[in-house]
Design a protein around this ligand. Structure first.
Ligand code: UFG
Length: 338
């Protein structure tokens, strides 16, 4: 039996691959490396001392993806990370996002059914809650989106629910991630965005390394404790472990289940800046600028359901999240391109 990990060379995919290998699973990775590096796969092998097969394949190419199933008939489930994820780019290039994220998922679902591997854990996002009226956010809150990226996540959630409703042999587990940060303790794998980062932690890391001059803090006038935006940052290793629990549950229960994956604690941008300064032993150059269009003030999870149903809860705090990011970025100042 083995688990197909799509996007397994990416930030969350690579950390999840490590957790699955260490838990004794066989895995097969499919990744087109459009926003990831094959070097991550070598690092996964270095951390775990385990071998696995990997394919450079675009999931939109159904024939190429089918070859993965034909050559690995033991695949009985998938963890589906592969997808485009830049919010701003999705607004500029909606067709690219709808085509890529939806066609890839439809191909995957069709092949999982054809090869009798009707079990999937899907990477969704807290973005499907749109502009939540209250926090903490529960899974039964109303859903809406503010950009094409988010819309693809919501559409895929609905597709997967319909797939289960039509065929009760499926197990579908939908994980709504909050803000994953941090890196593996080894410093061998971590987040490696191409170009100028959109997200807070990769941006801070580049300022800390002297690769960017100054962090722009988007908005200092939100209705929060210090005026800056509040998010639920979660260590990527905790997040990876949630996938193990979700697949374990999907092996036993045929249904569609949705879980928030967050810590339940909100930190402001300035909390993160100060925690990073402490972890790195430096002062960060930052300035407060206008709000970023589309940002919300406060977003954090109620993770109770994941604890009650999956027995999962986040273990790492903000200090470790920052310390592990510092460790990864110091050891790999150019990401995997060194
Ligand atoms: N921020 C800055 N400066 C930056 C980058 C971010 O101040 O250079 C702030 C943002 O305004 C926000 C916080 O840092 O308050 C976090 O921003 P990120 O871009 O890191 O993350 P978001 O919460 O905006 O987005 C994340 C994921 C999306 C997902 C969204 C909603 O990146 O994929 O959460 O769940 F859609």
């Amino acid at each position: 039996m083995s688990v197909l990990i799509t996007g397994g060379a990416g930030f969350i995919g690579s950390h999840t691959a490590v957790e699955f290998l260490e838990a004794g699973y066989d895995i097969v990775v499919a990744d087109n490396f459009s926003n990831s590096s094959p070097k991550a796969l070598e690092r996964i092998k270095e951390i775990t001392g385990k071998e696995f097969r990997s394919y450079e394949v675009d999931l939109c190419d159904k024939a190429a993806l089918e070859k993965v199933f034909v050559e690995n008939p033991e695949i009985d489930s998938a963890i589906h990370f592969a997808g485009l994820k830049a919010v701003g780019e999705s607004v500029a290039l909606p067709g690219k996002y709808y085509y890529n994220n939806l066609v890839s998922t439809l191909n995957l679902v069709e092949l999982l059914a054809k090869y009798n591997a009707k079990r999937i854990v899907f990477s969704s996002s807290a973005t499907v809650y749109g502009m939540p009226k209250t926090v903490p956010i529960r899974e039964d809150f109303p859903l809406s989106t503010t950009n094409p990226y988010g819309e693809t996540k919501l559409m895929i959630e609905r597709i997967l629910s319909d797939v289960y409703n039509a065929d009760k042999e499926w197990s579908v587990s939908i994980l709504r991630y909050f803000n994953p940060i941090g890196a593996h303790k080894s410093g061998l794998i971590g987040e490696n965005p191409r170009g100028i980062p959109n997200n807070l932690l990769p941006y801070i890391a580049k300022v800390a390394l002297g690769q960017l001059p100054c962090l722009s803090v988007f908005g200092g006038d939100y209705d929060t404790k210090d005026g800056t935006g509040v998010r639920d940052y979660i260590h990527v290793v905790d997040l990876a472990k949630a996938h193990l629990k979700a697949l374990g549950r999907a092996e036993k229960v045929k249904s569609v289940e949705i879980f928030n994956v967050g810590t339940g604690v909100g930190y402001s941008v300035l909390d993160i800046v100060h925690a990073y300064e402490k972890a790195a032993g430096i002062k960060l150059n930052y300035k407060i600028v206008d709000r970023r269009p589309g940002d919300i003030a406060i977003c954090y999870a109620d993770p109770t359901k994941a604890y009650e149903v999956l027995g999962w809860k986040a273990e790492y705090g903000i200090e470790e999240m920052c310390a592990d990011t510092v460790n990864w970025t110091k050891k790999n100042p150019k990401g995997y391109d060194d």
